[in-house]
Design a protein around this ligand. Structure first.
Ligand SMILES: Nc1ncnc2c1ncn2[C@@H]1O[C@H](COP(=O)(O)OP(=O)(O)O)[C@@H](O)[C@H]1O
Ligand SMILES: [Mg+2]
Length: 253
């Protein structure tokens, strides 16, 4: 039996007079990879920012494993096992890989030395994590993020999400500005996330990328959910494109 991990129920959000989201309900099962598609401005980022605590909805509710939760801040969401990877990864470029991996959750040596970071154990854990996400080049974890390529930065952000055993990993256009090999790495990660029991919400401009990795597709158009439960194995890319642009209706409705 599929188990519902997250449910966003009847979410609405205005920015001034612009209604970014209109009564959107979205659910994600455990170990499910959901693709969230829609044209620019459809409301995708707004929806996932509400789930990740970066924005508050004007109305609607969020349930985690059936329990109603409040996502007041991104820290709340992280504490609930929801990790978000944005296009720009939200990494601090001046800080090292290791510091970024543990940002806000740094291991400390002892309670007495609270706030003194345990650099050595951080660097060691960072090295192991980087190998897990496929950075095989020997990059010292003391390297600043600014010295890394786009793909390597995304890998660091992904390593962060994996390390903290997030139940739900949200990727908002993670492959923008990435090279071919780097993109492959991100797609490989999304696939492997399912195998290790994680759930994902995957937003990407490139509909081909979405088709390659997701179990199910949801489409937003101008703040409204216009399709859900699209099975990429039974639907063509052209059909989904028509739903995105409003030329066709949800095949399941
Ligand atoms: N911080 C903001 N202030 C004002 N309007 C915003 C803000 N964020 C998003 N919007 C508007 O909300 C709508 C949805 O945007 P967004 O969620 O970013 O869409 P998507 O991610 O699908 O491209 C757009 O009309 C956008 O201009
Ligand atoms: Mg967006």
């Amino acid at each position: 039996m599929a188990e519902e991990l997250v449910r966003m129920e009847r979410i609405s959000k205005y920015f001034g007079r612009v209604q970014a989201l209109n009564d959107v309900t979205l659910s994600v099962q455990r170990s499910e990879i959901v693709g969230l598609l829609g044209d620019n401005g459809a409301g995708k980022s707004t929806l996932i920012k509400i789930l990740s605590g970066a924005l508050r909805a004007d109305s609607g509710e969020i349930f985690l494993r059936g329990q109603k939760v409040e996502m007041r801040t991104t820290t709340d969401a992280i504490a609930h096992g929801i990790e978000t990877i944005y296009q720009d990864s939200a990494l601090v470029t001046q800080l090292s890989i290791a510091r970024n991996l543990f940002l806000g959750r740094e291991p400390v040596k002892s309670p007495r030395l609270f706030n003194r970071l345990d650099q050595k154990s951080m660097n060691k854990a960072a090295g192991e994590l980087l190998r897990r996400v496929g950075i095989t080049k020997n990059i010292p974890s003391t390297t600043p993020i600014s010295a890394l390529s786009g793909g390597e930065r995304q890998s660091v952000a992904i390593a962060r999400a994996m390390h903290f055993e997030s139940d739900l990993i949200i990727l908002d256009e993670p492959t923008n500005n990435l090279g071919v090999e780097e993109t492959k790495g991100v797609l490989r990660f999304v696939r492997s996330a399912r195998d290790s029991g994680h759930s994902c919400i995957f937003i990407a401009h490139n509909i081909y990328h979405v088709f390659q990795v997701v179990d199910r597709i949801i489409v937003l158009r101008r703040g409204k959910k216009v399709a859900d439960y699209i099975d990429p194995k039974k639907t063509t890319i052209e059909e989904v494109e028509q739903i995105i642009t409003g030329m066709a209706l949800d095949p399941n409705s």
